[in-house]
Each structure stands twice: as C-alpha cells, then as structure tokens.
Design a protein around this ligand. Sequence first.
Ligand SMILES: Nc1ncnc2c1ncn2[C@@H]1O[C@H](COP(=O)(O)OP(=O)(O)OP(=O)(O)O)[C@@H](O)[C@H]1O
Ligand SMILES: [Mg+2]
Length: 469
Amino acid sequence: MKRHSLLLVDDEKDILKTLTLTFEEDYEVFTARSGLEALDILEKNSIALIISDQRMPEMTGVELLQKSITVSPYTVRIILTGYTDTSALIQAINKGHIYQYITKPWDRQELRIIVRRALESYELGIENQRLVKELQVANDRLLDENKLIRKELDKDLETNKIVGQSPAMQRVLERMAKIIDTSAAVLLTGETGTGKTLLARHIHYNGPRRDKLFVEQNCGALPETLLESELFGYKRGAFTGAVKDQKGLFEAADGGTVFLDEISEMSSLLQVKLLQILQEGKFRRLGDTVYRQVDVRIISATNKNLDVEIQSNRFRSDLYYRVNVFPIHIPPLRERLEDIPLLVERCLNKFCKKLLRPATRLSQEVINELCRYNFPGNVRELENLIERAVLLNSNAQIEIGDWLPQPTFNPVVGTRMEQIERAEIIRLFEFHNGKHSLVARDMGMSRTTLWRRLKYYGIQSGEEPGVSE
Ligand SMILES: Nc1ncnc2c1ncn2[C@@H]1O[C@H](COP(=O)(O)OP(=O)(O)OP(=O)(O)O)[C@@H](O)[C@H]1O
Ligand SMILES: [Mg+2]
C-alpha cells in the first residue's frame, strides 16, 4: 500500500493528467477540478498533501487552501501559480497557510523532491500531534493519580485521627478544641512519643489556617546560625555561600503555622528574634536591615521542664509567656492505659496493610501484659512493638512471646493489686513445692504468663518454662 495520499486540484484536465503521471507511482492520487470538489474529497479522505492551481473559477487556490485548514489542518498545502506577486498569495504564505508555492512551468523532478520533503514535514507534524496527545493522556492520568493519592491521604488523615478514649486524653482533646479556631500560641509538653507532633499537625490541619503551610523545625537539630537562616532566611552575602537572598520558614509559612519542636534548645539570640515575631509579627533576615512582617501561628513543643530552664537562665521568661499562651500537656501512655486497646487495633490495621499480612489481633493476655508495661517511649514505642509483632507472627492471633518487652515491677509505685498478686504467687509456690503448672492453674493463668509474672516480680522459681514436672 502506498504510504500517503495526494490531492491534485486544477480546472484544466491536461495539467491534472501530467501531475497524476508525476506522482501516481509513489502515492495514492486524488484529483479535483474545483475548490468545492477538493474540499469534499478532503473531508472524506485522509490527505497528506494538496497541490492546487491558483487561478480557478469560483474559488482561487489560496481560498481553497485557507478553507482546507479547518477540514484537514495537518495536510501540507502547496500552490501552483504563474504569478507570485498577488497580495492574497503573499499574505497566505506569510500567515503560514501555504507551505510552498511553485511557479509554472515547473520541473518534474524538482516538484517530486519538493513533495517528498513536504511529506517529511507532514510526518513530523503527525508525530508531534501523536506526542502531544500522548502527553495529554499522561497528564490526565497523572491528574487522576493525584486525585487518588489525595483521597488516600485524606483517608490517612482520617485514620490518623488521634486516639483518646481515656479521661486523660479526653481532657487534652477538649483543651485543644478550645483553641483550634484561634491563632493562639500553643505549647505542647509531654514525654517523647506521646503525640506532640501529631497534635500540632492536627491543630493546623483542622483550623482556619489549614490551606496554608504547616512547617516544622526541630530547634535542637541545627547549630545556631544554620537554624537562624533556616527560620528567618538570609540576605545575599550574609555569610560565605549566601549567593542569593533566601526566604526562611517563617516567610514560607506566612498565613500558616510554624511548629517549633524542642524549643528549649533555642539559643538566647534566636529566643530574642522569636520574641520579636511573637510580639510584633516582624523579623529581619540574617544580614538584612529591613524588617519583614509575617502572620504565623506558633506551636511549640518540649519534653523538658521549661520552669527549670528559666530558673537556670537558659530560657527567657518573657518568651515563655508568649509561647505558653495556651499550654497543653499530653500525659504519658502508662497513665492512660484505656487507650492501649484502640491504639493497638489501629496499629495492627496499619501494619498488616503495610506489610501485606492478613488481619490479626492480639490475645487478651498480650493486651494485659502491655498494660503492665511502662512504655518509656510512649505511643511511638507501642507502634514499634506492634510492627515487630506483626513481622514475627503470621497467625490470626498473636500470643505472648519474646517480642514483648519484659515489664519490671517497682514495689514503690506498684499497685495494691500487684502487691497482692505477688504475695499470692509466692504463697502458692511454697504450697505447691515450686510446681509451675499447679501455681498457674490456681492463679488462672497460662504457664507463659506465670513465667512472665515471675520475672516481673523478680521471684526466683528455679524452673524454666515449658519444663515438665
Ligand atoms: N493519641 C494518638 N493516637 C494515635 N496515634 C498516636 C497518638 N499519639 C501518638 N501517636 C503516634 O505515635 C507516634 C509518635 O507520636 P509523635 O511523633 O507525635 O510524638 P512526639 O511527642 O512528637 O515525640 P517526640 O518528643 O519524640 O518528638 C506517631 O506515629 C503518632 O502518629
Ligand atoms: Mg515530635
């Protein structure tokens, strides 16, 4: 099959014949005796190139070629003419409506070459068009994917909702609700892993500033100058390597929230700058003389006791009053055991999905054990623990095992119940002559649990678990 179709247009029969003879060997040739006939053919066939005579009754060649653009935009348009100086022709060429004009009489060989080249440019045009379409499709797909990711993210934010069934967390959430719609500075305190960062994000993304940026900076992570340029930006030349002016996080977050983690680690110089932002909403970039104005909400967090820091002159008291407009203390996990089951459930779901494992649950015994543990790393430690459990167990229910940390009993803070349990286990051991199975039976617990209790209470029993008597 011939690759391309040509359309030849001339009102003179003989010329059409000559032209046909020139091209019919290499191309599929269509002929038309008038502009109207030509347009009809263009509409019904896929024509790569059209050669038209200029002087025809009814419609001139230039008119035809201009009209052909709407019918078949990618067709290459060539005109045959005896006169090159008609203004309509020159205009048409200038506007790019015509690829080339050929003066009569033409050279057969030259015309062939011109057509071949023109078709190459036609192919390029088609290829271009194909690429543009592909790009469009790829773009559309990206947009769709973006939407999907967005939805997933929203879902994630949904499932990342703060777990807080316990009275202690309920109080935290109530306090938070009071200030979520304001711009009041919030100071979050609590041990590591209690959820300070989570809460800061929650405040931002559920408040009126949610459409602006939430930026986070750990003040303990950088040396002073670096932290200063990170937070406040710098002017070109402020230090070696400052080759251009640079915005800082405060400017980036204008209208949004800046979360300053480990705020106690800020140097006294930066404390002054921060105070100025809090008091007057203005600051200067490093090395700059101009003051800039920003509107940011400041949420700070610390796991240190700022009162102590103030007393030892490491933290300015005037800054303290400014960042501490609204303090929220998040209690450690061991003081809100009621939250453990739901946290566990969320984590199990999350990690089973992440690790592509079938759904699983923790046995009640495991949950009981977790409630005895003091979780120095709080919720983060619990999350890590659950991830490990899911990794190590593929059963529908996860039982007590080596993956569980061994809690230790502290006689000073141990509850009354624990004191009683400890005494009872010791009594039964004496009574049963150290036989584990009998003690476990009387205590109503499995032998593994008994073994863990012995370790917990620091009771020497002399027997290994699983050893039959
Ligand atoms: N109440 C909660 N509900 C659900 N997930 C929580 C809760 N509290 C904490 N988490 C999760 O526990 C992990 C640790 O929380 P986060 O990073 O907010 O603690 P942090 O107090 O900021 O710790 P650090 O002092 O080390 O910065 C995160 O993965 C967080 O999502
Ligand atoms: Mg944090």
